[in-house]
Design a protein around this ligand. Structure first.
Ligand code: TRP
Length: 455
């Protein structure tokens, strides 16, 4: 067997894993979900899940990867033959995410162009986003550009260069976002939004909030899709899994939190909370240009901001595409080029409807969702919880938590939260996931029959 190269040291591992984790999920997805699902309530549920579920699942995945030294598809099978199927389901997730991820990546590229070309103020107009997305060709062209760039980088293996650049971009993104958030919070009227974002209102609590927060947790931390298993397989034995997980979580959650603080109070200051809170995937593109229009130097800050976001999106899309390409190469026994072409075809098939679904095909829905929302729902709210559930059962009852605790404690390392880890994996997580999944499946059926929601 080939020897796996490994990350140099702990910082290298944390940077690589955090680089994959931080992306559009934090900046684009988290704020619109928080806005939609009750602000403070969503934030509270998200944080509770992050320190329990998120922690245990990430530690488990990294430990499985490091123990076996294999990627997800083979890792489960190596530990127990009957469980190979789980690696396969996990591998489907990135293939569903990549196409619509690239549609959003295209939107980011478009907005970078708008600000660079000096027409950022025009984008502050409420209809601007709708007009953009309502046209057929333009969003498609930006989508093609984004996925094309990703494919070229993957094909020519120049990820290293991109990663170097993004290592500089990432801290700049953080500093810039903090600055924008501070400005937004200080705007007139923003306090109402700060309150909405921070103070949990129990009227907003529902099963849907929990499902949305759980899906977002998986998505944002790249869990329940085999990614962290692969990363773990490159991790050195002498590095601490427990503290690495802690660092990645703080980093990932911190950026999402700041992004929310940048966008949600601004809804109250420059937008219209009555309608904007429910905007969904377009939220960041509707609100931020309005904010930049009022900010001194806003056009330049806007351009810089969208550039950083584009890089964060590219590092994630590259890692997503790498994953899918390597699965195709293994399974279809083909070369890198052919695998790239196959992945591009898949992206076109799923991505084009996702792009049209926000505009000219907005009236075409599957179980009440537009294409983009549907792919997002299937991956985040169905497949990922299923993978997470089986991972918990697998670890909790087949290989037993102790085997991973041993892995985490390799070299006399102390696993401080082993009690929490075991309880979450064996009981808390599986029970919660089943309850949430069952109620949301029931809701879909109920809606199909009665036309209204049960939850
Ligand atoms: N976590 C990434 C984000 O927040 C998105 C993502 C999901 C991802 N799965 C991934 C990135 C796999 C890299 C690899 O945007």
């Amino acid at each position: 067997m080939e020897k796996r190269s490994s990350f140099t040291g702990k910082i290298g591992f944390i940077m690589a894993a955090a680089g994959s984790a931080v992306g559009l999920g934090n900046i684009w997805r988290f704020p619109y979900l928080a806005a939609q699902y009750g602000g403070g309530m969503f934030l509270l549920v998200y944080l509770c899940l992050a320190v329990t579920f998120g922690f245990a699942l990430m530690a488990a995945e990294i430990a499985i990867g490091r123990k076996t030294g294999l990627s997800a598809i083979e890792a489960f099978g190596k530990l127990n033959k009957k469980w190979t199927f789980l690696g396969y389901i996990a591998a489907i997730v990135p293939a569903i995410i990549l196409p619509y991820y690239s549609v959003i990546g295209g939107w980011v590229a478009k907005y970078l162009w708008v600000f660079v070309s000096g027409s950022g103020n025009a984008a502050a107009n409420s209809e601007y986003f709708e007009t953009f997305i309502g046209a057929a060709q333009e969003p498609l062209a930006w989508f093609a550009l984004f996925i094309g760039a990703t494919a070229l980088i993957v094909l020519f293996g120049v990820e290293k260069g991109i990663e170097k650049v993004s290592k500089i971009m990432m801290p700049v993104l953080v500093v810039l976002s903090v600055g924008i958030a501070v400005y937004a919070v200080c705007m007139e009227g923003a306090m109402e939004g700060v309150k909405y974002y921070f103070v949990p209102n129990f009227e907003h609590f529902s099963v849907k909030t929990v499902l949305a927060a759980m899906g977002q947790l998986f998505y944002s931390m790249s869990l329940a899709m085999g990614i962290m298993i692969t990363y773990g397989s490159y991790m050195k034995k002498e590095n601490s899994i427990e503290s690495s997980v802690g660092h990645i979580e703080i980093f990932d959650t911190g950026i999402a939190f700041i992004a929310g603080l940048m966008i949600i109070p601004a809804i109250y200051a420059v937008g219209n909370p009555n309608t904007d809170l429910k905007t969904g995937p377009g939220l960041m593109f509707v609100i931020l240009p309005k904010l930049f229009a009022q900010m001194p130097g806003g056009q330049i800050i806007g351009a810089a901001f969208f550039l950083m976001v584009l890089f964060a999106a590219l590092t994630s899309s590259i890692s997503l595409m790498e994953t899918v390409v390597s699965v195709f190469m293994d399974k279809f026994r083909c070369g890198r080029k052919i695998a790239c072409v196959l992945v591009l075809v898949l992206c076109a098939i799923l991505g084009i409807p996702s792009s049209f679904g926000n505009g000219i095909w907005a009236s075409v829905t599957i179980i009440g969702l537009t294409f983009l929302d549907f792919f997002d729902f299937i991956s985040n709210s169905v497949l990922m919880p299923i993978v997470a559930f089986f991972t918990c059962i697998f670890v909790g009852y087949v290989i037993k938590p102790q085997s991973l605790v041993d892995e985490i404690e390799t070299g006399n390392m102390k696993f401080k939260k082993r009690g929490l880890f075991t309880i979450v994996i064996k009981y808390f997580a599986p029970i919660c996931i089943v309850a949430i999944l069952a109620s949301s499946v029931f809701d879909v059926i109920y809606k199909l029959i009665t036309g209204s929601s049960w939850l």
